[in-house]
Design a protein around this ligand. Structure first.
Ligand SMILES: C[S@@+](CC[C@H](N)C(=O)[O-])C[C@H]1O[C@@H](n2cnc3c(N)ncnc32)[C@H](O)[C@@H]1O
Length: 254
C-alpha cells in the first residue's frame, strides 16, 4: 500500500459541495449509501441504543424521490466519462431510487444483492436479510470492471460476517457497511490512483476502504457531529501500513 493517496472529508450538504469539488477534478467512482428515509427512531431496538447518534432520516415519498433525482444527477455530472456509481439501498424506498434512475442518463449494469445473516428475530414477517446494490455506468462501451473471482455473481455473502464481529465497527453511527463489501466495490470498478467519492459518508467506512486500496477519496457528510467518528474509523492522520486487506478470517473470533 502506498502512502501517496489523498483523503479528505467535507462536512456539508453533498448537493452543494460535490459540484464544487468536481470542478477541480472529476470522480472515477461514487459509492452512495443514502439515508434510508424510513424515519428510524429511538424506539426501534437496534437504533435506540444510547451510543447511537441518529441522523435526520425523515422524508415524504415525494421528498425522497426529489432528493434521489437531485443527487443522482449531480453524481452523473461529476463523473468522468467511464465512471461508475454504486447505490446501496434497503428495499423500503428502493422504488423511488429506481424511478429517479429511470429519469437519469445512467445505465443500470447490475442489480446485485448483499445477503447478510445478522440473527434478527421477527415474529410475524420474514427478517430483512439483504441490501440492494445497484451498479450504474455512464457508457456501456467504456467502463472499468475488474472481476474479483472467476464466478463473480450478483449475490454477495460473507458467511462469517455479522455486525457484532466487524473489526472496523465503531461506536456512534447507526448503520455501518462492512469494509469487505466496500473494498470489493472499489476494487471492481476503479484503479489505484483514481478518485472515489463517498457521498453519504456516515461512519467513513468508504474512506477507509479507498485508502486501503490506494485510491484518492473525498467523503461528504452533512452531520458535523460525525466528524470525529469518521476521522477515527478512517484513521485520519495515521499511516495504514499496518492494515491488511479484509479477508473472511477478519470476521472469525480471535
Ligand atoms: C446510511 S448512512 C451511511 C453509512 C455509511 N455507508 C457507513 O458505512 O457508515 C447515510 C449518511 O448520509 C448522511 N447524509 C444525509 N443527507 C446528506 C446530505 N445531503 N449530504 C451529505 N450527507 C448526508 C447522514 O447524516 C448519514 O450519516
Amino acid at each position: 500500500m502506498s502512502e501517496d493517496s489523498s483523503y479528505e472529508l467535507v462536512i456539508g450538504d453533498v448537493i452543494k459541495q460535490l459540484p464544487l469539488k468536481a470542478q477541480k477534478r472529476k470522480f472515477n467512482l461514487f459509492i452512495a449509501d443514502p439515508p434510508f428515509g424510513i424515519s428510524f427512531n429511538k424506539s426501534s431496538h437496534e437504533y435506540g441504543a444510547k451510543e447511537y447518534n441518529l441522523y435526520q432520516d425523515e422524508f415524504t415519498p415525494e421528498g425522497y424521490f426529489e432528493f434521489s433525482k437531485q443527487w443522482i444527477e449531480i453524481c452523473y455530472n461529476s463523473l468522468v466519462k467511464n465512471g461508475s456509481l454504486y447505490i446501496i439501498s434497503g428495499w423500503t424506498n428502493l422504488q423511488y431510487i429506481l424511478n429517479a434512475l429511470a429519469l437519469s442518463k445512467f445505465y443500470l449494469l447490475n442489480h446485485a444483492i448483499w445477503y447478510f445473516s445478522w440473527g434478527v428475530y421477527t415474529k410475524r414477517r420474514f427478517a430483512t436479510s439483504h441490501y440492494h446494490i445497484l451498479l450504474l455506468i455512464k457508457n456501456k462501451k467504456n467502463y472499468q470492471f475488474y472481476k474479483q473471482k472467476k464466478y463473480d455473481e450478483d449475490v454477495f455473502f460473507w458467511p462469517e460476517y455479522n455486525r457484532g464481529n466487524d473489526p472496523h465497527r465503531i461506536k456512534g453511527h447507526p448503520c455501518q457497511l462492512p469494509i469487505a463489501l466496500l473494498e470489493k466495490l472499489i476494487l471492481t470498478s476503479s484503479s489505484p490512483g483514481d478518485l472515489v467519492g463517498d457521498i453519504f459518508s456516515g461512519s467513513g467506512g468508504t474512506i477507509l476502504a479507498a485508502r486501503k486500496t490506494d485510491r484518492d477519496v473525498i467523503g461528504f457528510e452533512i452531520r458535523e457531529d460525525y466528524k470525529d467518528i469518521i476521522y477515527q474509523k478512517a484513521k485520519f492522520g495515521k499511516s495504514l501500513s499496518q492494515e491488511n486487506s479484509v479477508t473472511l478470517e477478519s470476521y472469525l473470533p480471535k
